[in-house]
Design a binder for this molecule. Structure first.
Ligand SMILES: [Zn+2]
Length: 279
């Protein structure tokens, strides 16, 4: 769909399942399972959702998903499907990986940054987008390299350390930034120290790729958050601010792990109105 100067395409970079307790933290299961039914293992359906944007002849990838490097054991645990979704989506649009100009991930967790790299033919790991600029908050990078005990399983260094090896394709940010005309990164923290929301703006119009600030439609309720959040109160604060703006200015929102109709608008009373042109 066209959003001002931006041509936007919904990206489903993979499908998988996550533990319901991980997704909804302290929210009782009797409440969340009405909206997101769990299977016999308490797992619920998830997607890795992002956006591919074209603007002024440039190509921007927002979020890269799990990618293809996951061990067989972990891939089975999370019932990973369509791990090649990112490159297939680009292929369908006639875009080769080396034609991508910028890659933005909301944070460096394995289910968002996995697609930044892939296995090379020689058995090592190589960058997926060899000519793109990659923008990461410095606080996220530092934490991903030295996570606390609870966050260790959330990061896989092969996903992101090759960005700093020789290629110099990474650009570190310290807070909010406009990295290309109309392409804003808002540092929100909360879920991880360097979590950022991607806001594509053209005139009055905006699309926000919100990362795990709002993972699925039930998380549109401010107090419903993921148990992985390291600073839940900050999540509530930043989410409330973002959703207020989004409702007031009719921003298009893209939710990080919503498997059904992940792009849409927040209407009065907290109702979700999916955008049919991004489905
Ligand atoms: Zn996530």
């Amino acid at each position: 769909m066209q959003l001002g100067d931006f041509e936007l395409y919904l990206l489903i970079a993979g499908r998988w399942k996550a533990d319901g307790g991980l997704m909804f933290g302290v929210v009782p299961k009797v409440l969340w399972e009405k909206q997101k039914p769990a299977d016999a293992n308490n797992m619920i359906d998830c997607a890795c959702v992002g956006v591919i944007a074209r603007v002024n002849g440039r190509v921007i990838v927002c979020e890269t998903g799990i990618g293809t490097k996951l061990s067989e054991k972990r891939a089975q645990q999370v019932e990973l499907r369509e791990p090649e979704g990112l490159l297939h989506s680009l292929q369908r649009l006639g875009i080769r990986p080396e034609e991508v100009d910028a890659v933005l991930t909301t944070h460096l967790h394995w289910d968002h940054a996995g697609g930044l790299t892939r296995r090379s033919e020689r058995g090592g790991v190589e960058l997926t987008f060899k000519r793109a600029r990659h923008f990461v908050q410095r606080s996220e990078w530092d934490f991903a390299l030295h996570p606390d005990v609870r966050s260790k399983s959330g990061y896989i260094t092969d996903d992101f350390t090759p960005l700093a090896d020789g290629h110099k394709l990474i650009e570190f940010l310290d807070g909010d930034a406009e990295v290309m005309p109309g392409v804003h990164l808002r540092h929100v923290g909360g879920h991880t120290p360097g979590s950022q929301v991607i806001v594509l703006r053209s005139g009055e119009l905006a699309c926000a790729v919100v990362g795990d600030l709002v993972a699925q439609t039930p998380h549109l309720k401010v107090a419903w958050n993921m148990s992985a959040d390291i600073e839940p109160l900050r999540v509530f604060e930043e989410k409330a601010r973002l959703l207020e703006e989004a409702e007031k200015h009719r921003w298009l929102l893209v939710l990080s792990h919503e498997p059904d109709q992940p792009a849409g608008y927040l209407e009065e009373g907290g109702r979700w109105r999916p955008e049919p042109r991004l489905s």
